[in-house]
Design a binder for this molecule. Structure first.
Ligand code: ADE
Length: 225
């Protein structure tokens, strides 16, 4: 799977892609990441990407013509039909695991990170979808782009090994994950539930399902609606 990130700050991504599962996925060529600087498509000598808003007001607005040139150039290199251009913005569809699962079916994702006060509205016409990672405002779309890349890359076969499996984890079945325990069996009087020591796999499975439901009902009743 291929990810193309369009940003004003390519350097923001380097350290994150150089650790843990993403680093391994890159070296095993399970995923490919290209980080491109939007400024490369600015035409004037000052490499201007933004301008003052028509009608007045504070802040600068990202220009649609620069974005259009960047996307046209990037899309012309993509052979597969299975690609999606995603704009990261607090006004987008709120991100969740269901959407992650859908995005994992694509061959190429182009992730556009915004900066400045906002976008020229016409940029919205150039993209396939808009995603928000939550109801709060970040200084830019770089962290949201990393969140999308990270969550989708985990679902690419081979990225997460069988020891770190994506099968039994929070949201994999629409529920929060059941409680987990490891040694010691008794820690400061807090004991591991007996059923987990019983060796009875059927009972363990039933207990875990009940616990997942109980926990979800208590912490995230919205997931059960
Ligand atoms: N850019 C700034 N805030 C954002 C958010 N919550 N989600 C996606 N992109 C953003």
């Amino acid at each position: 799977m291929r990810f193309i990130i369009l940003t004003l700050f390519p350097e923001a991504f380097k350290s994150y892609f150089d650790i843990s599962l993403i680093k391994r996925a890159l070296s095993k060529k399970l995923i490919k990441i290209e980080v491109r600087n939007l400024r490369d498509w600015a035409k004037d000598a000052h490499k201007t990407l933004d301008d003052r808003p028509y009608g007045g007001g504070v802040g600068m607005v990202m220009r649609a013509d620069v974005m259009d040139r960047a996307l046209t150039a990037l899309k012309s290199k993509i052979k597969s039909q299975k690609s999606k251009v995603i704009l990261l913005t607090p006004q987008g569809q709120v991100f969740n695991q269901k959407l992650v699962n859908k995005l994992a079916d694509y061959k190429t994702l182009i992730l556009i990170c915004g900066r400045y006060e906002g976008f020229d509205e016409r940029i919205r016409k150039l993209v396939d979808m808009e995603i928000s990672i939550g109801d709060y405002v970040l200084t830019g779309g770089e962290i949201p782009a990393m969140a999308v890349l990270d969550t989708v890359a985990r679902l690419v076969p081979g990225v997460v090994g069988k020891f770190e499996s994506t099968v039994n984890e929070s949201f994999s079945d629409g529920l929060l994950e059941y409680p987990q325990y490891t040694r010691p069996e008794n820690y400061k009087g807090m004991k591991v539930p007996k059923v987990l020591l019983s060796g009875n796999h059927k009972k363990v499975e039933v207990w875990r399902k009940q616990q997942a439901l109980k926990r979800t009902r208590k912490r995230r009743p919205d997931l059960l609606r």
